[in-house]
Design a protein around this ligand. Structure first.
Ligand code: C2O
Ligand code: CU
Length: 571
């Protein structure tokens, strides 16, 4: 028995209720095995990475204040594995962040690693592989943290639905990796399918043939693995729809026929509620929206998800909002909603800029101690196509930074830090004049408890007139998104920063040829990745590493550092 009311009463008397904050908090234990397995995510059989025979991996459900203990055993035969808990800040446990070469060594085949960390804050999160391109291989799942027992969300809902969005290729991830690292360069192309909770329907143009054959008679007939997940609701209720995107590449837009959505959460933080007809979501982001089932209950409604920001060659994903007791097999009367055209950036910007922190949320410090401007460019290194940040393309060392810094090893990565800025004469509107970049494993050392501004500066890629969207994700901290601008960030632009109610997030996008300004308080000792969440872009070097206060990091479990130069240390 846990904390019964008797115990609570007793403790209130004895300890004057000092234990109040941990009331009901508990440790939740999981034993997971990562495996390759056959699966038909989009009705075509392939191998995927799964956990305990499940794809996507099991959903973790916890309460704020709980401690999660995940014993992860690598059952792959020839490759290492790690899992990152995306959106969990890992306060005080940087070794549990699950980033290979940064926070820990990859777990070898046959070995087990114990992740133990606290989920301190409610919200919609997910987890995924963070070694090579294992996230693209299907290693992901949902992580949902409910409010602690005595707490309430600042909004009401009667039920909840969870959507984990991803994209899927028929080419194996190994082949994708080799293509990206070959001369000539071979791009992975657009995904074959979009998946909702791991299910999609390749080549089953439900949209076109929505009435004949009906949705459930498409190719997936008889194949439960790729049958769309129907969302069952009751009329006249309010549902919280949790939506997270772990796509490898695709930026998405989601629309529900005949229903508005009220956005209330972004990346685990409350936002000032606002209503939309459709919602943009980039890889690494999560949202909660409230949906009121106030439409004709004798009907069902399409949910459609389409690709944004890249010319879509991928059919949209469809599923059905099913008003019970109406039969789930009843096809909606009209065509699925059309998500906005892929290149309607004004639509995307309008959505992104309407996200503000919920009134009363903590405000950012008014000034910062340091500004780091990061120019995002596409380059070449010895003929290989790369992404670079201030002309350095990130390569990860074999010894995890966390161990190197903790033990003062200085021959395990580049000791020279990458620059805080880029050449001011660089023309962001054109391909780089000098396309040669360099590989580097240097890190940004940030003084503990300082406030840092990061300006992400987008630019032209290698091809003329191309500038892409990049969703940047920070580990270990949330940041305030202070603003977005067009063209080059220039001195004085900081006057436009929103210091009143900027949203706190862990992922923010840069639009083509634009900049995005972030501010965070570097108060969580550790070594933290900050990178584009597009899997092939990170693979091609699009990231940086922030290190702060590593001397303040507690005892790192030895198994986290059993490789490279920290391999035989007795810490
Ligand atoms: Cu979800 Cu470093 O990523
Ligand atoms: Cu990118």
């Amino acid at each position: 028995m846990g904390w019964g009311s008797m115990d609570v009463a007793l403790c209130c008397i004895i300890a004057l209720c000092l234990v109040h904050v941990s009331l009901g908090a508990k440790a939740r234990h999981f034993k997971w095995e990562v495996v390759y397995m056959y699966r038909s995510p989009d009705c075509f059989e392939h191998i995927v990475m799964g956990i305990n025979g499940q794809f996507p991996g099991p959903t973790i459900r916890a309460k704020a204040g709980d401690t999660l203990v995940i014993e992860l055993t690598n059952k792959l035969h020839t490759e290492g594995v790690v899992i990152h808990w995306h959106g969990i800040r890992q306060l005080g446990t940087p070794w549990a962040d699950g980033t290979a070469s940064i926070s820990q060594c990859a777990i070898n085949p046959g070995e087990t690693f114990r992740y133990r960390f606290k989920v301190d804050r409610p919200g919609t999160y997910f987890y995924h592989g963070h070694y090579g391109m294992q996230r693209s291989a299907g290693l992901y799942g949902s992580l949902i943290v409910d409010v602690a027992d005595a707490e309430n969300e600042p909004f009401h809902y009667d039920g909840e639905l969870n959507l984990l969005l991803s994209d899927w290729w028929h080419q194996s991830v190994h082949e994708q990796e080799v293509g990206l690292s070959s001369i000539p360069f071979r791009w992975i192309g657009e995904p074959q399918s979009l998946l909702i909770n791991g299910r999609g329907q390749y080549n089953c143009s439900m949209a076109a043939k929505f009435s004949n054959p009906p949705i459930w008679q498409c190719k997936f007939r008889g194949n439960e693995q790729c049958a769309p997940q129907i969302l069952m609701v009751k009329p006249n209720k309010t549902y919280r729809l949790r939506i997270a995107s772990t796509t490898a590449l695709a930026s998405l837009n989601l629309a529900i026929q005949g229903h508005k959505m009220v956005v209330v959460e972004a990346d685990g933080n409350h936002v000032q509620p606002f209503a939309v007809n459709d919602l943009d979501i980039y890889s690494g982001e999560s949202y909660s929206v409230l949906l009121t089932t106030d439409q004709d209950p004798s009907m069902n409604y399409w949910i459609s998800i389409g690709v944004r920001a890249r010319e879509p060659k991928t059919p949209r994903a469809l599923t059905i909002l099913n008003y019970s007791p109406t039969s789930a097999s009843r096809i909606p009367m009209s065509q699925p909603p059309v998500t906005p055209p892929w290149n309607d950036y004004n639509h995307s910007k309008a959505f992104t800029k309407s996200i503000y922190a919920l009134m009363g949320s903590p405000k950012p410090p008014e000034t910062s101690n340091r500004r780091i401007v990061l120019l995002n460019t596409q380059n070449r290194v010895n003929g290989f196509v790369k992404w670079s940040v201030n002309n350095v393309s990130l390569v990860l060392p074999s010894t995890p930074y966390l161990g190197s810094l903790k033990f003062g090893l200085n021959n395990t990565f580049d000791q020279k830090s990458p620059p805080d800025n880029y050449d001011s004469s660089y023309d962001i509107m054109k391909p780089a004049v000098n396309q040669n970049s360099t590989l580097g494993s240097g890190i940004y050392t940030i003084s503990l408890n300082t406030t840092v501004d990061v300006i992400l500066q987008n630019a032209n890629a290698l091809a003329k007139d191309v500038s892409e969207i990049h969703p940047w994700h920070l580990h270990g901290h949330d940041f305030w998104v202070l603003g977005y601008g067009e063209g080059k960030f220039k001195e004085g632009d900081e006057k436009t920063f929103n210091l009143k109610n900027p949203p706190l997030r862990n992922t923010a996008v840069i639009f083509p040829y634009g900049w995005t300004a972030l501010r965070f308080v570097a108060d969580n000792p550790g070594v933290w990745a900050f990178h584009c969440h597009i899997e092939p872009h990170l693979h091609m070097g699009m990231g940086v590493v922030f290190a702060l206060g590593v001397h303040r990091v507690g005892q790192i479990p030895r198994e986290a550092l059993a490789c490279g130069s920290t391999g035989n240390r007795q810490n």
